[in-house]
Design a protein around this ligand. Structure first.
Ligand code: ADP
Ligand code: NI
Length: 214
């Protein structure tokens, strides 16, 4: 594995996310990269493709860079500028395109490397970090953390999910609590189990305090 290219990709990702406070900052990418490498070791996958896809997975994100979202132009430009072989460029772009959760959890990547990066991205949305990100995202989008009169909307289709203005608490029911069952790899499932349990405990405590019953 060419560590110099990986180090450059780390620097590139760091530049891209400099001004983000929505839960999508550089450290999200760094955590996904670490998680993905850990799973790649356990699953005997190609660490170079996994690392590159993890580090570049959000540089063309719809919310961050709408103009390049469809083509993944920034990720491609980075890889081309490092003269990476076309098959690596294609494999990484394919992984990034398949990552996002569409609301139905049906988008499973074909390759092991893709499955791993998807698991890593999902792991970072759950557990203690996931909880923090959900409230950070809600705050940065001027949403309330909880509204007792607003029930979670399960079974949203892709368009509804993209347009949804859910509270952070409803986001747990609409997405975060469902991620555990959509994990692809054994190592990912194991880690998701623990993080999921922590979220359930957190929600129980949240509602007990909300109702003044703690
Ligand atoms: P990623 O592309 O990293 O998988 P998203 O762009 O979908 O994640 O969301 C970034 C973060 O914001 C995630 O942690 C996600 O759970 C959180 N988030 C997305 N939508 C909402 C919402 N409606 N309420 C609270 N948190 C949200
Ligand atoms: Ni991500």
């Amino acid at each position: 594995m060419d560590q110099a290219i990986i180090n450059d990709a780390i620097g590139f990702a760091r530049e891209q996310f400099q001004d983000d406070f929505s839960g999508h900052d550089y450290y999200h990418t760094e955590r996904v990269y670490r998680l993905a490498l850990q799973i790649a070791r356990a699953e005997d996958a190609d660490p170079f493709v996994v690392s590159l896809a993890a580090l570049l997975h959000d540089v063309d994100d719809r919310k961050l860079s709408p103009a390049t979202h469809a083509t993944k132009e920034k990720a491609v430009a980075f890889m081309r500028s490092h003269d990476l072989p076309e098959d690596v460029v294609r494999a990484v772009v394919e992984i990034i395109k398949r990552l996002s959760f569409a609301g139905d959890g049906a988008d499973v990547p074909d390759t092991l490397e893709g499955k791993i990066v998807q698991d890593a991205d999902r792991l970072d949305a759950i557990g203690a970090i996931g909880i923090a990100r959900a409230f950070a995202y809600g705050g940065s989008h001027h949403r309330s953390m909880h509204d007792p009169d607003e029930a979670p909307r399960l079974n949203m289709i892709r368009e509804e999910y993209a347009m949804s203005q859910s509270t952070s608490i409803n986001h747990f029911y609409e997405k975060l609590l469902r991620l555990k069952d959509s994990m692809n790899t054994a190592e990912g499932k194991r880690m998701a189990q623990k993080r999921h349990g922590f979220m359930e405990q957190y929600l129980e405590e949240f509602f007990a305090e909300w109702d003044g019953q703690d």
